[in-house]
Design a protein around this ligand. Structure first.
Ligand code: SAM
Length: 270
């Protein structure tokens, strides 16, 4: 099995204020519910690609006397995370700059290694999972939560809204990533040699309006879309029409959508 790393992997989502604020609303209870039964006191937990750290701080809260570390390649995110932890008075969490493909930790260090919304951005997701497996203890858990973007649906829908949604998949595709990795996580973990793998899909039907407003606002702020605009690959009118399609969707009474999240846990063989 190939364990080749591409530690130069580029991340395409960017760090617009809208996106970071959206991420800050994520909670362990909503985005790592499947992991809650395993959060006992006194664990050593690593959150890879922690971004602004709301989940990392959540793990520190949920798992008393645990030592929780969040790592990310982007210092601006680590600063936000440190500030938020301090404001919340959470002291069992630290944040450090690190690449998930070259984790600065010894083999067999953590009880749980988690990532949310990270693996979809890699052209070699197996390399990420292998590195996570290296640092988790024998019998420990590696867990991931990732979207299955093609499995989402909207009603009522229309061609512009569908085009707008398709464009949202492009930042990860453009860098060789896979916005549909959520449905492939079980197979990925099996290929990485985990045992007792539990792979499920959770369909998020909450906050449809909030999600639509976020998509609308983010459209003109997203670094990937700004790049397309600068390169003349898309017009401002087109981007505005996508934003408006989201705004219209948000205003329709009883409009419905669901977004499937793949959730996986795997145990490192003893
Ligand atoms: C979509 S955000 C998710 C953030 C957070 N997990 C959450 O759900 O709120 C992905 C994060 O992964 C980080 N990232 C991307 N490539 C990385 C790498 N090679 N090593 C560590 N972090 C990485 C990005 O900087 C970004 O903060």
């Amino acid at each position: 099995m190939s364990q080749i790393k591409n530690n130069q992997q580029k991340y395409g989502m960017g760090y617009s204020e809208t996106f970071v604020n959206f991420l800050k609303k994520r909670r362990v209870e909503t985005h790592a519910q499947f992991l809650l039964p395993y959060l006992k006191p006194g664990l050593k937990i690593l959150d890879c690609g922690c971004g602004p750290g709301s989940m990392t701080i959540g793990f520190a809260r949920c798992s008393q006397n645990s030592e929780v570390i969040g790592i990310d390649i982007e210092d601006s995110q680590l600063e936000i995370a440190r500030e938020d932890a301090e404001k919340a008075g959470i002291t069992n969490v630290t944040f450090q700059h690190a690449n998930v493909l070259e984790l600065p930790f010894a083999d067999n260090t953590f009880d749980i290694v988690f990532s949310q919304g990270l693996i979809s951005h890699f052209s070699n997701p197996l390399a990420v999972v292998f590195e996570q497996k290296r640092v988790v203890k024998l019998g420990g858990i590696v867990a991931a939560h990732n979207g299955y973007m093609s499995g989402a649906a909207f009603h009522p829908t229309n061609a512009i809204l569908e085009e707008a949604y398709d464009l949202s998949k492009q930042p990860s595709i453009a860098h060789g990533g896979d916005p549909d990795i959520g449905i492939k996580l079980g197979k990925l973990f099996a290929d990485a040699g985990f045992v007792d793998i539990k792979h499920t899909i959770f369909c998020d039907t909450n906050n449809i309006k909030e999600m639509a407003y976020f998509c609308a606002e983010e459209f003109l702020q997203r670094e990937y879309n700004k790049k397309l605009l600068a390169q003349g690959k898309i017009t401002l009118e087109k981007l505005q029409s996508y934003r408006d399609a989201w705004l219209d969707f948000a205003k329709i009474p009883h409009a419905f959508s669901y977004f499937p999240w793949g959730e996986v846990i795997g145990f490192k063989p003893i």
